[in-house]
Design a binder for this molecule. Sequence first.
Ligand code: GLU
Length: 557
Amino acid sequence: MNYEKLAELLFPTIDKTPEDYEKIYPPRSLPEGAMVTRLAPSPTGFMHLGNLYGAFVDERLAHQTGGVFFLRIEDTDDKRYVEGAVDVIIQSLDFYGIHFDEGAGKDGDRGDYGDYTQSHRAAIYQAFAKRLVQQGDAYPCFLTEEEISGIREKQEQAKATPGIYGKYASCRDLTFEEIEENLKNGKPYVLRLRSDGLPPEEQQGEGRKILVKDAIRGMLEMPANFMDVVLLKTNGIPTYHFAHVVDDHLMRTTHVVRGAEWLPSLPIHVEIFEKLGLPLPIYCHTAQLMKIDEETGKRRKLSKRKDPELSLTYYRNEGYHPLAVREYLLTILNSNFEEWRTANPDADADEFQFTTEKMSSSGALFDLDKLNDISKDTLLRITAHDLFDFLKKWSDEFAPEYKPYFEDRAYLERILDLGRKDRKPRKDLVYARQIMKFISYFFDDFFEIEDTVPDEVSKEDASEILRRYLETYDHSDDNGVWFEKIRKIASDLGYAAKPKDYKKHPDEYKGHVGHVSTVIRVALMGRRISPDIWEIQQILGEDRTRARLEAFIGQNQ
Ligand code: GLU
């Protein structure tokens, strides 16, 4: 077969060669060790935690080394295209401080290695495909769906590996004339790789293996590919396998970070790179995101259907601070991050030296409780001023009902700082939606009596406690004087002034000072548990404090 002639027959209009593209997209001039990474999502409009997780690895590797991080849109499967998806991708990553240096954008491309949208690159893929045909490494395959099903049935009967390869690849040996005839008749065809590999049933011994170094998983040994995979579909658009090879080469990607679901097709990619005579990038196959299933208690993959927390909109909606999510991702990404954080409690997380070697290759366990814990610590590092801005922005977008919270900046900032500046700071604040509820009692329109007074205190005693408290209340009392007054009320009404006395002699008292102060808490905050009462009163102000106590007595008649 004259492959040169076949290539002309299949690609008459393709006049550029791979060498031409090498010149158009020359190697990047970057400092030694600089990494070039990319995020290559399909524009489905759905961004999940796995995308963020991968993007974060890409971003860290590129930006830690003075390299480039770019966005490529993989839209060769047009069924999945959603209008506006590119903007969703950029915006949602931007929120987490992940910025692209080049690539696709809402208003067009940025950078010298584009076009960055695969559907615009048909001519480039075809130039590389043409080269493979010229070399005899790719051929047109006219098998219809029915013929392929027929082959699959035969393979099932023969207990052979399913797929188009070796003797099952009947179009491998078509003559030039047969191909020409088929084209004339308008028969659709795909372009397949002519693999050098042998199927297991034809191999002697172990068969050929390939060795590929993965930056996360170390040296991988896998059976060589033997499938005549599709390179170009009937519409001339490439498959992921082929497009990724051409793109990552021409865009000069040094590190391909992608999910573990791509590991099984790695031998295909290696063979395509080899046949095109191109160097392999360094692969980094990240671990799957797993969680412990609430029902079975077993590890499983996060699922779009079952786990709302897989979607990035979940975190936006709940109002997690982006720094908390970033901090959390670093914790599950790098096993030594937590240790680093303990040693550097106040440092910017970007100072941490992220490495692929410290990434887990077995599943990364995702745990909302852990995220919440990390979030509490992260929020402690954010000033009340910045927290105000963050919460306001969140409320404007996701929960406008909390607008009244933001009318008095100084008031809200004092609330946010409550108990945060202590030596052992309180960790009450987790995420915006939780914070709004947690501090609701500071705002009259949101204040509600949620709890009852403790069982140790009768209804009459509750009113009496509050009456006496109001009588002796002096807003300028310091914390010490204020508490002495509560102790006095407690002992005057038959409650132990110290909890330990009550514990020793429970029969001698109705309860203890803690029960008395809980009555005050319930009247002022509507809850049995809250930060320090005295401090809260200082923030509420004298008028509001007195008004709430009076109102409670009134309702308690
Ligand atoms: N478009 C592929 C995906 O969304 C990208 C895989 C890769 O990063 O190479 O899974």
